[in-house]
Design a protein around this ligand. Structure first.
Ligand code: UD1
Ligand code: CA
Length: 459
């Protein structure tokens, strides 16, 4: 068998069976979160962009926790019950590889690897291609041993001579190989080495022995090939991820008060002239239209914010949609199912849950509005509460257009306040309030004439 040109069909194997002892956690390493999702999820996202015909994940430590956490249907899960080395891990994948394909081997704990690095590696015309990196301190890594220019072997740190340990070019663990060759080399591995493991890296010397040129392409970006081995590594990679995300937002024209103080844990889509103050966290999929201003310390998850809307400090939005030119916060909380039409004002200490609020309505202070339909140009006074829950069932409150709800009102659902109705402050409304009338329910004010405040009795 000789090498002609790389197979166009691609398999991807992700090695993720390791324990990650230094994480000091009972959770498998690859399930720890980076930017809000499992480390392994990041590797899978990059893998998918290469349109492979197969994605195989080798799992082991933590049992079924890993496949259960990532129930995507395009993954072939292969269990490595005992972790006898990276070569042993690849041997488990072998029965699932397609004979007419090549395989890109990725590491489940290297989350910042980008598509272009994979493409550069796959562009190498060789039956085995390695992604290497030059490290100031190469301790612990497999060293790339070259004769003249050619790669002839990888020697693991623990097996290396003093001279070899001086080599600064190291194996990232990421490589690509023709499956026909890979099958042969994996079949010939042994564990006669310092760690008594089956080293995947030994396939390099086997390839050379078979007369196959081994290509090596160097990564110039250490972070892209950095693995997570500890919580310190995880925290460092998280900051790099966030720094890079912020840099992309700046490049798109977003104004960030401080690019070091924004966290995006998902996808953030932004329009033009968006301003984001410090300490904001974006989770899931968030879409922000033009001219939106977001004050400090807002937490926004799975939401869309319409053009020209302002979110003041400490606003929390979860699974809600806000249309254009709204003014929200500070200290407002929009919970799932909330939909605000344009020009709404939602002020401090207002909680909305599954509330649909139409154009121009205002709920400015200290209110709970849940399971409610609020019409246009409605004014809801301070301290208004929709009593939507009777201990068993949830019921809806309907407040029609131009209604005015006085402060400190309880609306006991199901109940409707008709268009243009006014509710007097301090009312408890249990029946529908008619349109364009004043409705109240409170004890009339009276004064006790001969009353005196009690005085302290001296003993
Ligand atoms: C490995 C490489 C080393 C390289 C380094 C880069 C070998 C023998 N050595 O060393 O040349 O410089 O990565 O970080 O390959 N895994 C399994 N099953 C196993 C063992 C490991 O799935 O039985 C997985 C781990 O989960 C991890 C990856 O393979 O994702 C690498 O394993 P690790 O133990 O970190 O390898 P190193 O000894 O660091
Ligand atoms: Ca490692």
């Amino acid at each position: 068998m000789s090498f002609s040109s790389p197979s166009s069909k691609l398999n991807i194997v992700i090695l993720a069976a390791g324990k990650g002892t230094r994480m000091h956690s009972s959770k498998p390493k690859v399930l720890h979160a980076l930017a809000g999702r499992p480390i392994l999820q990041h590797v899978l996202e990059t893998a998918r962009k290469l349109n492979p015909s197969k994605i195989i994940v080798i799992y082991g430590f933590g049992g079924e926790a890993v496949p259960q956490a990532l129930p995507e249907s395009d993954i072939t899960w292969v269990k490595q019950a005992e972790q006898l080395g990276t070569g042993h891990a690849m041997q488990q994948a072998l029965p699932y590889l397609e004979t007419d394909a090549r395989t890109l081997i990725l590491l489940g704990d290297v989350p910042l690897l980008e598509l272009e690095s994979c493409e550069r590696l796959l562009a190498e015309k060789a039956s085995l291609a390695l992604l290497t990196v030059v490290k100031q301190n190469p301790t612990g890594y497999g060293r790339i041993v070259r004769q003249q220019q050619s790669v002839v072997a990888i020697v693991e740190h623990k097996d290396a001579t003093e001279t070899q340990r001086a080599i600064q070019e190291v194996n990232t663990g990421i490589m690509a190989a023709e499956n026909a060759w890979l099958a042969q080399w994996l079949g010939r591995l042994d564990n006669r080495n310092a760690q008594q493991e089956y080293y995947l890296t030994d396939i390099v010397a086997l390839a050379v022995a078979d007369g196959q040129a081994v290509a090596a392409t160097q990564s110039t970006d250490e972070w892209q090939v950095a693995g997570v081995n500890s919580k310190q590594d995880l925290a460092a990679l998280e900051r790099v991820y966030q720094h890079r995300y912020a840099a992309r937002l700046l490049a798109q024209g977003v104004t960030l008060a401080d690019p070091a103080r924004i966290d995006v844990r998902g996808l953030l889509k932004v329009g033009r002239d968006v301003e984001i103050d410090v300490g904001c966290v974006f989770e899931g999929e968030v879409v922000i239209a033009d001219n939106v201003r977001i004050g400090p310390y807002c937490v926004i998850r799975d939401a869309s914010i319409g053009a020209g809307t302002t979110l003041a400090a400490y606003t929390h939005i979860d699974a809600a949609s806000v249309a254009e030119d709204c003014r929200i916060g500070p200290y407002a909380r929009l919970r799932p199912g909330t939909v605000l039409a344009g020009h709404a004002h939602i002020g401090n200490f207002v909680e909305l849950k599954n509330a649909q609020v139409d154009t121009g309505s205002k709920i400015n202070h200290l209110s709970y509005v849940g399971d409610a339909t609020v019409g246009k140009e409605v004014n809801i006074g301070a301290g208004t509460i929709t009593c939507n829950y009777d201990g068993v069932n949830k019921s809806r409150t309907v407040i029609e257009d131009r209604a005015f709800i006085g402060s400190d009102t309880q609306l006991v659902a199901p109940v409707t306040v008709k268009a243009g109705a006014t509710i007097a402050a301090g009312s408890t409304i249990t029946q529908d309030a008619p349109a364009d009338r004043l409705t109240m329910s409170r004890v009339r004010q009276f004064t006790i004439e001969n009353w005196k405040r009690p005085e302290k009795v001296k003993k």
